[in-house]
Design a protein around this ligand. Structure first.
Ligand SMILES: Cc1cc2nc3c(=O)[nH]c(=O)nc-3n(C[C@H](O)[C@H](O)[C@H](O)COP(=O)(O)O)c2cc1C
Length: 329
């Protein structure tokens, strides 16, 4: 009998397949569809810090000096669908209707006013809170030290406001990611989990209309490698759990991330593309692979290929690099 159960940030999950924060989890019906298809846990669609800091009509009044009108219109539309009050109701409803962990999500760039709202998320019944730091330092005014401190400050402030576990969803764009992961994932102020990696929105250009458009919102399977590398390198070295995301599309991808050392995997593009039943298919594929490898539980192989478990950790990555190039000259 194959057991897929796992623990994530101290929460008990029946399997490591977590639905990533996305439009599929904006409303109760989507949450139920994910749960019915067998998901281990669900991250709700993110609320934006700006939505929490001011209700949408107040935002409108302040728009001239606060944000671009076009951006405001989008946020307003989003706000009608699910503002801060509706979000608390969604958490309560989801907790009542499904029996898997429900994780709230906030997309923020600072830790200032919104962090008091974090306590309300916990009170509404969220099992944990994921913070998506959507901060892209796109002017030279930000030194790397300032950027890094911002992440630490957001984490510290939110952790001081809630008792539920807090995960940090971040991108790989740091001068020294290894150091950053230690700073965010080790010690008494550590995140309960690091979610690696956020897939930042992509910009594209429409050559006919000569305007800026959104790039492809969905990942491809080939995008798994950045996350896979860092989970292999970090597993066993920090206190925080590691959640893998981006480019995980099938059961084999889930198996790879678990072998690297991930506690759980988060995905959504493949569900958008193949429907909710893809959740069941992925779980079946994972079980099939475990069966073929004679593994009965995730702990038997989790982190098996990580750097810490390697017989030669010193030359671990260099060796893979050289091996990878051989034969392509
Ligand atoms: C349509 C769409 C909406 C998303 N919205 C959010 C969001 O609100 N908050 C968030 O943290 N991530 C959001 N994401 C990113 C996903 O949570 C996930 O990290 C990313 O898509 C990579 O996983 P994937 O390769 O399975 O797509 C969104 C992704 C998609 C495709």
């Amino acid at each position: 009998m194959i057991d897929l159960s796992t623990s994530y940030m101290g929460l008990k999950l029946k399997n490591p397949l977590v639905i990533a924060s996305c439009g599929l989890t904006t409303a109760l019906q989507g949450v139920q569809n994910c749960a019915n298809a067998g998901a281990g846990a669900i991250i709700l669609k993110s609320l934006f810090e700006e939505q929490i800091n001011a209700d949408v009509s107040a935002l409108k009044r302040a728009s001239s000096d606060f944000m671009h009108t076009e951006a405001l219109e989008y946020l307003e539309g989003y706000g009608h669908a699910c503002g801060p009050h509706e979000y608390l109701a969604l958490i309560r409803d989801a907790k009542q209707e499904v029996d898997i962990p429900i994780i709230a999500s906030v997309n923020c760039i600072t830790a200032e006013r919104w962090s008091d709202y974090a306590a309300q998320l916990a009170k509404a019944g969220a099992d944990a809170l994921e913070i998506n730091v959507g901060f892209l330092p796109n002017t030279p005014g930000f030194t790397s030290a300032v950027v890094e401190e911002r992440y630490e400050s957001i984490l510290k402030t939110v952790k001081s406001r809630v008792d539920i576990p807090v995960s940090l969803k971040i991108g790989p764009y740091f001068s020294s990611f290894s150091l950053m992961a230690q700073r965010l994932g080790k010690g008494p102020q550590a995140a309960d989990a690091l979610v690696l990696f956020n897939r930042f929105y992509r910009l594209d250009i429409d050559l006919d209309k000569l305007n800026i458009i959104a790039g492809n919102p969905y990942s491809t399977q080939d995008e798994i490698h950045t996350s896979l590398r860092w989970i292999l390198l970090l597993s066993g070295k920090i206190d925080a759990d590691l959640a893998a995301t981006t480019g995980i599309h099938d059961g084999q991808d889930v198996a790879k991330q678990l072998l690297a050392g991930a506690a759980v995997t988060q995905l959504c593009s493949t569900i958008y593309q193949n429907g909710f039943l893809q959740i069941r298919t992925i779980l079946d594929e994972l079980k099939e692979w475990m069966d073929a490898q004679n593994f009965n539980s995730l702990d038997e192989f989790r982190g098996m290929l990580s750097q810490t478990r390697s017989s030669d950790p010193e030359s671990y990555e260099r060796l893979q690099y050289i091996k990878g190039l051989t034969g392509y000259e």
